[in-house]
Ligand binder design. Structure first.
Ligand SMILES: [Zn+2]
Ligand SMILES: [Zn+2]
Length: 257
């Protein structure tokens, strides 16, 4: 039976100077094969390799990288794994060749990053490892997909940004919709109906309970460097956590495509 391990937790930290874009990275072990679901961006590269090394895993040991979607914060470390094929949905792969200009999360060079690897396109319902299949969950991006893993604890969904955080259950939408609002809403429902446990794109793993959630991992992050003011004071302000109001980007308006 395939096992699921968190390598890097996802975080949804925002600042008024931009996003950190820390996505979750998950390891699947299927008999002798190792698959990573999402790989994060280069700002987490050293930590990702360190965490894998701590598990006794070298970059060459990774057989496949499954991308929930091709946004920069989920795919940029793919070149760390030279032997890995990239498993992606056809719609997402196709989109990387001509992303919408207003879609800041899929830069025009994304295809150049991915296409250095052998590509395996997979469709809704397709099996990619023992007890592991993909479910199409578009809307956040054109070809977002969820990786479903059948376990003794119930169905685990590694969902990327189709459901980036626990807050998206109540919102009924992901935080950001780049492609299609209706599809994004349907995808959230599909995940909540299908999965017992969710590994979200920018939050830690939780179990779905009575339409709500219960975290199954603890978390912590330490900030260790801040801008200093002339008087030596810390040039940072902590605000109350911003409300989760889904943002529908112009690229999600079909007339703009
Ligand atoms: Zn993301
Ligand atoms: Zn995304």
């Amino acid at each position: 039976m395939t096992t699921v391990e968190t390598v890097l937790q996802g975080f949804g930290i925002r600042t008024d100077e931009g996003t950190l874009g820390f996505c979750g990275v998950t390891l699947l072990r299927d008999a002798g094969r190792l698959l990573l679901v999402d790989v994060g961006h280069v700002g987490r590269r050293a930590l990702l390799l360190e965490r894998l090394q701590a598990k006794g895993i070298a970059p060459d040991d990774i057989d496949a990288v499954v991308l929930t979607h091709a946004h920069w914060d989920h795919c940029l470390n793919v070149d760390c794994f030279p032997r890995a094929r990239v498993i992606i949905s056809p719609a997402e792969h196709e989109y990387t060749r001509s992303p919408h200009q207003l879609d800041w999360a899929t830069p025009a060079w994304t295809h150049a990053v991915l296409d250095r690897h052998p590509i395996q396109e997979v469709r809704d319902g397709e099996e990619i490892a023992d007890g592991v299949s993909v479910m199409a969950t578009p809307g956040h991006s054109p070809g977002s997909q969820t990786v479903l893993v059948r376990t003794a604890d119930g169905m685990i969904g590694i969902v990327g940004d189709a459901l980036p955080s626990s807050g998206s259950i109540a919102a009924g939408l992901p935080d950001n919709v780049f492609w299609d609002e209706d599809a994004a809403r349907t995808s959230v429902s599909r995940i909540v109906e299908r999965c017992a446990i969710v590994y979200p794109g920018h939050d830690r793993a939780f179990r779905i309970r009575n339409g709500g959630f219960e975290y199954i991992e603890s978390t912590r992050i330490t900030f260790s460097r801040f801008p200093e003011m002339a008087d030596g004071a810390m040039g940072a302000t902590f605000a109350a956590s911003a409300p989760r109001v889904p943002i529908i980007y112009p690229s999600a308006r079909r007339s703009a495509v």
